[in-house]
Design a protein around this ligand. Structure first.
Ligand SMILES: Cc1cc2nc3c(=O)[nH]c(=O)nc-3n(C[C@H](O)[C@H](O)[C@H](O)COP(=O)(O)OP(=O)(O)OC[C@H]3O[C@@H](n4cnc5c(N)ncnc54)[C@H](O)[C@@H]3O)c2cc1C
Ligand code: FES
Length: 301
C-alpha cells in the first residue's frame, strides 16, 4: 500500500531552507577520489527530502559554495550525509575536512521528487554523482512503507562508493552475470542492480539506461501502467532515460545538476529551458528544480 499521494514526499520550498553551521562528524574515503561526509546539521536534516541539496562553503578561502545532493537525512540524530567526487578546488578542500570542523551551509534547497499513488512501481536510476538522491529516495520509500519497494539501478565507471554483495533478491529480467547489489539496500529488501562499462564483477556491462530498458521490457502492460521512472546523473544518461520513458510511455522525474552561483533563486545563473504547456520557459534549477519532468527538459523529437 502506498502512503498518501504526491504529498507523501514533502517538497522543500524556498521558505524552508536554513543557514546553519554544519559540524563534520564523520568522513569516509572511497576509491576514485570519492568521499562520504556526515554532517550534524539538524534543521537541514529535519526538512530534507529526496532530491533536495545543500550548499556548502568548503573552505574559508573559497567564497563560492558548492551544491551537493543530500544522500541521507536522519532527523532524530540531526545528521545528513553527502557523497562527492573531487572535481576541482572546492571539493578538494571539502575532502580535507575532519570531524569537528564547521562549515557554513544553506539547505535543504530545491523541490525534491514527488511520489504518486497512481504509479507505485518506482524505478530509480542513478549514474555517477547522481547516485546520492536515488539512495535517499529508496530509503525514504522503504521508511514510508511504499509497496512494491522500488527497483534501484546504479551506473558508475568508478568503483562503487558503498559496500556491494551478491543479491538474494530475484531479478529474472537481468542476465545471470548481473548479480551484484548495494548491501545497505538489500538489507532493507530493496532490489538493486549495478551497471558499468568498466567490467566490474557482477555488474551489467553497459549503460544503466540499457539495464533499465531490459527491466521495462519484461513488464506487462498493466505493470507499465503503474510504473514511474526517477533519475539523476550526467546529462547523456538523463537524455537516454527520458527517451526510454517516452518509448515506454512512462512519466519520469529527473534531478538536474547544473552550475550554480547563489542557489537561492537570486541570480538566474542556473536557468534551463523547459517546455511547458504554454511554450518554452526558463526555470531556475536551484529553486524551481532540481527535479523536473523529463519530458519538459528533453521533449520528444
Ligand atoms: C543540485 C546539485 C547537486 C549536486 N550533487 C552532487 C553530489 O551529490 N555529488 C557530487 O560529487 N557532485 C554534485 N554536484 C556537482 C558539484 O556541485 C560540482 O561538480 C562542483 O562544482 C564541483 O566542485 P569542485 O570545487 O570540485 O570543482 P569546480 O572547481 O567547481 O569545477 C571544476 C570544473 O568542473 C566542471 N563542473 C563544475 N560543476 C559542474 C556541473 N555542475 N556540471 C558540469 N560540470 C561542472 C567545470 O568544467 C569546472 O571548471 C551537484 C551539483 C548540483 C547543481
Ligand atoms: S544559482 Fe542563482 S538562481 Fe539558481
Amino acid at each position: 500500500m502506498s502512503p498518501g499521494g504526491r504529498s507523501a514526499t514533502a517538497q522543500s520550498q524556498r521558505g524552508s531552507l536554513f543557514v546553519e553551521e554544519a559540524v563534520v562528524t564523520d568522513t569516509r574515503q572511497y576509491d576514485g577520489n570519492q568521499f562520504v561526509l556526515r554532517l550534524y546539521s539538524p534543521k537541514c536534516a529535519a526538512a530534507a527530502t529526496a532530491g533536495t541539496f545543500i550548499h556548502l562553503r568548503c573552505d574559508e578561502s573559497i567564497p563560492m559554495r558548492r551544491p551537493l545532493s543530500i544522500m541521507r537525512a536522519n532527523a532524530e540524530e540531526g545528521s545528513i550525509e553527502v557523497l562527492f567526487k573531487i572535481v576541482g578546488d572546492g571539493l578538494k578542500a571539502l575532502a580535507k575536512r575532519q570531524p569537528g570542523d564547521r562549515l557554513s551551509s544553506i539547505g535543504p534547497i530545491g523541490r525534491g521528487f514527488a511520489v504518486r499513488n497512481a504509479r507505485p512501481r518506482a524505478v530509480l536510476i542513478g549514474g555517477g554523482v547522481g547516485i546520492p538522491p536515488m539512495i535517499f529516495l529508496a530509503e525514504q520509500m522503504h521508511r514510508q512503507g511504499w509497496r512494491p519497494l522500488p527497483l534501484v539501478l546504479m551506473g558508475s565507471e568508478l568503483p562503487y562508493p558503498f559496500a556491494c554483495r551478491r543479491s538474494n533478491l530475484a531479478a529474472g529480467w537481468a542476465d545471470g552475470g548481473t548479480f551484484q547489489t548495494i548491501a545497505s539496500l538489500e538489507d532493507l529488501g530493496v532490489c538493486a542492480r549495478l551497471a558499468s562499462q568498466a567490467g566490474f564483477a557482477g555488474a551489467y556491462r553497459g549503460y544503466v539506461s540499457d539495464l533499465a530498458s531490459r527491466y521495462l521490457g519484461s513488464l506487462s502492460a498493466g505493470e507499465l501502467a503503474e510504473t514511474e521512472l526517477f533519475a539523476c546523473g550526467p546529462a547523456p544518461m538523463l537524455r537516454a532515460v527520458a527517451k526510454l520513458a517516452g518509448d515506454f510511455g512512462l512519466p519520469c522525474q529527473i534531478a538536474l545538476e547544473e552550475y550554480m552561483a547563489c542557489a537561492v533563486g537570486g541570480c538566474a545563473g542556473c536557468a534551463v529551458r523547459i517546455t511547458t504547456g504554454d511554450g518554452p520557459a526558463m526555470k531556475r534549477v536551484c529553486v524551481d528544480g532540481p527535479v523536473f519532468e523529463a519530458s519538459q527538459v528533453f521533449p520528444a523529437g
